[in-house]
Design a protein around this ligand. Structure first.
Ligand code: TXA
Ligand code: MG
Length: 324
């Protein structure tokens, strides 16, 4: 079994695996990552293979100290330091001009690289002991739900990873926010754990990059992603049918006169942080229940609600509404 509790010994073992070009899945505060030595192109190639990820989709490199950023990127703007000091370690990824030290396979040939310092003791210790930045996408098969526990990782990737470090449930539960710095402007590429409002308090206006599904280098801008194996639809009373096995995920307490096979609440108190941290977790749970479909209630699009709704629009996209 390749799944082990994260502790001193297992983290040291994991760092040896990274140093010798292997793959380690590890916890971060957002979701679990599938990691390899970012400076070893052959090791990074294994990530694409195991994840079945298209090679045009670049990876985030994870660093253990803020200073490491200068080794891999070029920038000259005080506002970047403001953001880093405010949000790192944390769920924020910066896309900056890359230095030659970053292999092209990591950035899919882009002149920029995505960097983040995760806020998780296991991740930080692993990166430190590995003495190299760790390239890591979310540890799921391409297009599927992101993993927020070590068991989720094992469900998707099984024994194809050399080691899975179990560090408990990821607190934030949705991926990092991605911000691209380009020519003096900041562009939001993906809604995530740090809200647009929080960022704008520090650096002023952030622009949204226009969507372009044909340009897969724009992260998370593919129309589908994050999908459970069971069809997922936004809650609609028209879809309630006694002949179907239906699971439902409500945001807050809601009364609907229908016998669901299973009913979940993202946050009874209406807290968007709690809701985000339960989102993938509940979808993983319901996916195991052999349901005909899952219904989910939309949440208000403010703060973290934007990241949640972004994931849900993509997760529901590929399923067309059933006849019943
Ligand atoms: O929270 C997270 O960010 C997690 C944890 C493991 O850190 N990682 C994660 O990685 O979500 P991934 O690979 O699933 O998503 C990273 C996104 C991709 O959509 C990719 O296109 C984008 O980041 N990205 C990476 N490098 C980029 C670059 N140089 N320019 C633009 N987008 C980039
Ligand atoms: Mg992902």
């Amino acid at each position: 079994m390749n799944l082990v509790k994260a502790n001193k010994e297992s983290i040291t073992k994991a760092s040896q695996i990274i140093k010798t070009g292997g793959l380690v899945a590890f916890p971060t505060e957002t979701v679990y990552g599938l990691g390899a030595d970012a400076l070893n192109p052959l090791a990074v190639a294994k990530i694409f293979e195991v994840k079945k990820r298209p090679s045009f989709n670049p990876l985030i490199i994870h660093i253990a100290e803020k200073d490491w950023l200068n080794e891999f990127t070029i920038y000259n703007d005080e506002r970047i330091n403001l953001i880093i000091n405010k949000f790192w370690p944390g769920p924020l990824t910066l896309v900056l001009e890359k230095k030659n030290s970053v292999p092209n396979i990591v950035t899919s040939g882009n002149p920029t690289v995505a960097v983040r310092m995760p806020n998780h003791p296991v991740a930080l210790e692993l990166i430190k002991q590995s003495e190299t930045p760790i390239a890591a996408p979310s540890a799921n098969k391409f297009g599927h739900l992101s993993p927020t526990t070590a068991k989720h990782v094992h469900k998707y990737l099984g024994e194809k990873v050399d080691l899975i470090l179990d560090g408990g449930k990821s607190d934030v539960g949705v991926e990092s926010t991605i911000v691209h710095y380009d020519n003096g402007n900041f562009y939001l590429l993906r809604f995530g754990g740090v809200t647009k409002e929080e960022l704008e308090e520090v650096i002023g206006e952030i622009k949204l990059k226009p969507h372009n599904a044909k340009n897969p280098n724009s992260p998370g801008q593919l129309p589908f992603h994050y999908s459970p194996n069971t069809p997922l639809y936004f809650f609609d009373e028209k879809l309630l049918s006694p002949k179907k096995k239906i699971g439902v995920i409500f945001f807050q307490n809601k009364k609907v006169d229908f016998e669901f096979n299973i009913e979940k609440f993202l946050s009874l108190s209406g807290d968007l942080r709690e809701a985000a941290s339960n989102l993938f977790l509940f979808l993983h749970e319901l996916e195991k229940e052999n349901l005909d479909y899952i219904l989910i209630e939309p949440v208000e699009e403010k703060g973290l609600g934007k990241a949640i709704m972004d994931r849900l629009r993509k997760a529901t996209f590929k399923h067309t509404i059933p006849n019943h």
